[in-house]
Design a protein around this ligand. Structure first.
Ligand SMILES: [Fe+2]
Length: 433
């Protein structure tokens, strides 16, 4: 059983440099800027280097990167940071060729390697590439075996007309939270997920963060959209580039998955039945059966679920009743404490709910719509009677920090410029304590 502690409003300390950067971005790239795509195709030298976990965060590290189509293979060189002696100590050779993508920027290969047998709680140096060219040296850190306290970052929809604001939000969040273990996106990372121009802007903006801490994102409806208005496709650009756990239901592997970090079981769902059912007709039914089994088998005290469309939404003429009907009974049956969502580009937190109503004290599921980390806002978001807190971030983007320490979990919703929208906590104590 857990309890909601008092929320508070306040101000975090302002980062002067960051505000200057933010003002410059507002001046140069105000909403309405036409996204033209950044003209940079892949070369022999790796870029778009992306860390994820496809397996145990304490002993493995997945790394993906992009090259031109001529680079059939590649290598990862790595060593423990601070080790004396020659660099690198280990080389993981990948010679099977990358996944070829045909894009408006030219054909390219997406390469991926999963390092295994790593030491828990250890910082490593690494670089990717080969004789034709190496990336700069980056770092990653494996999860400790016993984690007393950790933090992760959550970003609302980053889909944009220009990815400068996403760059500022991501880098600002990471700069203020360099101890974050990883970050997540709640879907709609880009405006048209089957148009590589969009990913080019997104990955270029993420450089410097996504090569240092893992990204564990989910799909939104826009990951299914092509450059041709009104057309959808299966989100293969997403699953090709993000090497995520393959423990989801058949046909949804890599976009529906779960993993553990510390004392939290994370479950990532795909709520895009409207876009995806034409390809996998029973995608919600498949997820319901998998979710039931997945939650039944975890022994982690915290259970946190991510999905793009919220069962309890805020846009005036939206109602995600089909998502509510599909997932809420299962989330309640297994006492999921917290659900992060997106889609409405608003920051809103419900009361702990059970049966569509505020739960008795010490129970219920809190649903958080995470805000926005890109340029897009909506004029018709409204507070609902299930909301305990509501803020429409039309002034500037925001991000969330989530810190877990034992039976305590604290969420801060923070503006790009550093202002604190709200801070609130959950306490997950066994009944009777
Ligand atoms: Fe969306």
């Amino acid at each position: 059983m857990y309890q909601l502690k008092n929320s508070r409003r306040g101000k975090l300390s302002l980062n002067t440099l960051f505000i200057v950067l933010f003002c410059a971005i507002l001046a140069l790239g105000s909403p309405g800027t036409v996204f033209s795509g950044e003209i940079s195709g892949a070369t022999a030298v790796p870029d778009h280097i992306t860390l994820t976990w496809a397996s145990d965060p304490s002993t493995t590290q997945s790394i993906a990167w992009r090259t031109d189509i001529n680079m059939a293979g590649g290598q990862v060189q790595y060593a423990e940071a601070g080790e004396t002696g020659s660099w690198p100590r280990e080389t993981e050779i990948h010679t099977t060729g990358g996944a070829g993508l045909v894009t408006p920027l030219g054909d390219m290969n997406i390469h991926a390697v999963m390092l295994t047998g790593l030491k828990p709680g250890t910082r490593y140096l690494y670089r990717v590439g080969g004789e034709e060219g190496w990336s700069a040296v980056h770092t990653f850190t494996t999860a400790p075996r016993n984690i007393e306290r950790f933090k992760f970052l959550v970003f609302g929809d980053s889909q944009s007309t220009s990815y400068a604001l996403w760059r500022a939000t991501l880098h600002g969040a990471y700069g203020a939270n360099a101890n974050a273990a990883f970050f997540t996106n709640v879907g709609d990372l880009v405006d048209q997920g089957q148009d590589y121009n969009q990913w080019n802007g997104w990955f270029n903006a993420a450089e410097g963060v996504i090569d240092n801490i893992p990204a564990m994102p989910i799909t939104g409806n826009h990951e299914y959209y092509t450059a041709e208005r009104g057309r959808t496709a299966w989100p293969v650009f997403f699953t090709t580039q993000f090497k995520l756990p393959q423990n989801g239901p058949a046909e949804l592997k890599g976009q529906v998955y779960s993993f553990d970090y510390g004392n939290v079981h994370f479950v990532m769902l795909d709520s895009q039945a409207g876009e995806g059912a034409v390809f996998v007709p029973d995608m919600l039914e498949k997820q319901k059966a998998w979710l039931e089994d997945d939650l039944q088998n975890t022994r982690q005290p915290w259970k946190i679920v991510f999905m793009h469309r919220s069962p309890y939404n805020n846009r005036l003429n939206r109602d995600n009743g089909h998502i509510r009907a599909a997932f809420v009974p299962i989330l309640e049956r297994y006492n999921v404490q917290l659900v992060f969502t997106g889609h409405d580009h608003v920051y809103a937190r419900t009361y702990p709910l059970r049966g569509d109503a505020p739960a008795v004290k010490g129970s219920g599921t809190v649903y958080v719509i995470s805000g926005r980390s890109g340029t897009k806002t909506y004029p018709d978001n409204v507070a609902r009677n299930w909301d305990e807190f509501f803020y429409d971030p039309t002034d500037e983007p925001n991000y969330l920090t989530v810190e877990v320490q034992g039976d305590s979990l604290t969420v801060n919703s923070v503006k790009l410029s550093g202002g604190l929208i709200e801070s609130w906590s959950l306490c997950n104590k066994p009944a009777g304590e």
